[in-house]
Structures are given as C-alpha cells and as structure tokens.
Design a protein around this ligand. Structure first.
Ligand SMILES: O=P(O)(O)OC[C@H]1O[C@H](OP(=O)(O)OP(=O)(O)O)[C@H](O)[C@@H]1O
Ligand SMILES: O=c1cc[nH]c(=O)[nH]1
Ligand SMILES: [Mg+2]
Length: 213
C-alpha cells in the first residue's frame, strides 16, 4: 500500500520571514524575542486555520438581514509542549481566544536526547477538537513525535503540528511516525549539530524566551 501523504507547509509570508530573522539574531533581547514569538505565532495561526470549514448563519446588520459565514466543524484546542511551546501558544490565543489549551511537559535529556514526560493536562473533550500542537523547535523530532503519540492515546484524532524551525531529520522522524499530521514550519534549516541543535537555528528557544541562560 502506498504511504499516506505527508503534508509539510513552509510559511513563506514576508512578515513571518522578517520576524523570524529578528528572532534568530543573537543580539535580540529576551523581551523582544518574546514579543516577536507572540507576533509570529499569531501569523502562523492564520496559516494553520486557513482551511477551517465555514457555514452560513442568519444575522442582522444595522441595515438589513443577511446570511453570513461563521466557523463550523470542530472547535480548537492548542497544546503547548512545555516549556518553549508556551511562547507560541500565547500568540495563537490572541487570534483564537476561545480555544481550549492543553500542556504536555517534555524535556530532552541532554545526554540521550530522549524526551522525558513530566506533566500532562488536557481538556476532557480533546477527542472532539482540532488539536494544534506547538513547539518552536523540531530538532531530532523525538519530542514532537512523543507528544503526538500521547495525544492520540488521549483520544485526539485530528492534529496539526506547528514550529518555527525544523531540521530535515526532525521532519523525517515526525512525518514517518505521524503521516496523518500536517506540519507547519517557518523554515527548514540546514542541519543538526553534534549537540542536536538546529543550525543555523536561533539557539535554545526556551532559554531565549525566558532568559534562563
Ligand atoms: O526535536 P527534539 O530533539 O526532541 O528537540 C526539540 C525540543 O527541545 C526543546 O525543548 P527542551 O528540551 O530544551 O525543553 P524546554 O522547552 O523546557 O527548554 C524544544 O522546545 C523542543 O521541545
Ligand atoms: O536548536 C535547538 C534544538 C532544540 N531545542 C532548542 O531550543 N534549540
Ligand atoms: Mg530548551
């Protein structure tokens, strides 16, 4: 049987690309980095939700009745992979304030690079929602793949994954493990280095967001 299609979208919008360049620069301060993360995430959410289904509803403008489009279909849930995912989740919520939010705590063991789960809190009705999983960095792909597996275990069956930067190997790992999950990224960078950091990258996203180094 042929493999299922693996959808990877690189978000090329000029504002996204411009903001990403500012985020990559080493002289960008923590405050500025956090503000840019929020802004770029809002634009990413715009791309991620481009194909949401619409229905028509009857409304009245101050001048006359009309049939107007409203969102139909599954409601949204954003799941942040802690901790750096929160920097993306916040901006997406600016655009979709009624979305439910879940958190999955994963850190990458620095020696083995294996993701370790330390926290999980999801909305009860996650199975009924379109779930957007966010983490700025897709490096080896193991954290994202583990998060998606955990969410599927919890009943989620319509998922999308969004990141700022992806390494080619991370994309391969993720799309092989979860070919049914469309992936959105702002850039596919050149490679992973010996410490599994994305190059050219932007450094450690969590540390840059929260000023922990
Ligand atoms: O694709 P992978 O090789 O699994 O690496 C990517 C993960 O590494 C970073 O998190 P980190 O472990 O640094 O945790 P943090 O967000 O708490 O800083 C990043 O935010 C991803 O979750
Ligand atoms: O380059 C990388 C790789 C993993 N996590 C990060 O924050 N940055
Ligand atoms: Mg980190």
């Amino acid at each position: 049987m042929p493999d299922a299609p693996r959808a990877v979208t690189v978000i090329q919008h000029p504002l996204v690309q411009h903001k990403l360049t500012l985020m990559r620069q080493k002289q960008t301060s923590t405050g500025e980095f956090r503000r840019l993360a929020r802004e770029i995430s809002l634009l990413m959410a715009y791309e991620l939700t481009r194909d949401l289904p619409l229905a028509e509803t009857a409304i009245e403008t101050p001048l006359e009745p009309m049939q107007a489009p409203i969102l139909a279909g599954k409601k949204l849930c954003i799941v942040s992979i802690l901790r750096a995912g929160d920097g993306i989740m916040e901006g997406m919520l600016d655009l979709v304030p009624s979305a439910r939010v879940g958190h999955i705590g994963l850190y990458r063991d620095p020696a083995t690079l294996v993701p370790v789960e330390y926290y999980l809190k999801l909305p009860d009705d996650i199975a009924d929602r379109l779930v957007i999983v966010v983490d700025p960095m897709l490096a080896t792909g193991h954290s994202a793949a583990a998060a998606l597996s955990r969410l599927k275990q919890a009943g989620a069956d319509q998922l999308r994954f969004a990141c700022l930067l992806a390494a080619p190997v991370g994309l391969d790992v993720l799309t092989e493990a979860h070919p049914d999950v469309p992936v959105f990224t702002c850039s596919i960078d050149r490679e992973l280095d010996d410490h599994a950091y994305i190059r050219p990258g932007l450094g450690d996203a969590g540390d840059r967001l929260y000023g922990t180094k």
